[in-house]
Design a protein around this ligand. Sequence first.
Ligand code: RIB
Length: 285
Amino acid sequence: MKVLNFGSLNIDNVYRLHHIVRPGETIAASSNAVFAGGKGLNQSIALARAGAKVYHAGMIGKDGIFLKELLEENGVDCSFLDISNEVPSGNALIQVAEDGENSIVLFGGANQAMKAEKASQVLANFEVGDIAVLQNEISITSEVIREAHKRGLKVFFNPAPMSRDVADFPLELVDTLIVNETEMAELKKSRPQLDFCNLLLTLGSKGAVYYPKNGGQKIAVPACKVEKVVDTTGAGDTFIGYFTAELAKGLSVEICLAHASAAAANSITKAGAAVSIPFINELGF
Ligand code: RIB
């Protein structure tokens, strides 16, 4: 079974400061660093570090070659990753406060310049039973969901960052929807019934709950305790990548949730998004 992640890649500009800047306020950062990021890239790295065979489809600009190199160093197949001559890579301006919380401003760049036909071109290389992983940071999410479903792939969709148009996406074709509490509340305003697919609700420091489709028995896991939170950026992506990779190995949902939770907890003890994601052999399972 192959995992295709059709997702974003960003250059993360990270500023560490006392607190997230308030409207009208100017504050000095204690450090500034550039990291590889993007929810798509982070999830691909997590999938690969958890041991999955993962293909990343997407687009970067010439300024983002280091993003591709990082994916390749981690064993991610980048045959379906385009490099644009016209547009720059996506980027993110990230503030990380002393307590590890973050706030993010996104510029879509190449992630938002992908054309609809790329969905069918890429998915022609995948087959029934493969998994397609998606987030909400690229321009052709609906097309990819439709094409992946048509070819018999299972679609795992994380509608982050949440936007109004998510309600119009073909969610009925999704196998597993992965949301946090805010995203779920927003989605339920237009889609009150979400039991047509598996629902994985991530609750941060309170753990996660999995609701199987059609009203099956829910499965809950607590979050792992963390002594000192350094940076929560990419924790959700780590969770999703590990959960999906472990599920693709045939492990039970309960074990997948526990492993994803341990990986996410480990990631927040380090700075950065992709670079903070642990390798599976560091986690002792
Ligand atoms: O989930 C964290 C990611 O969100 C960051 O790496 C940033 O690029 C944004 O996409």
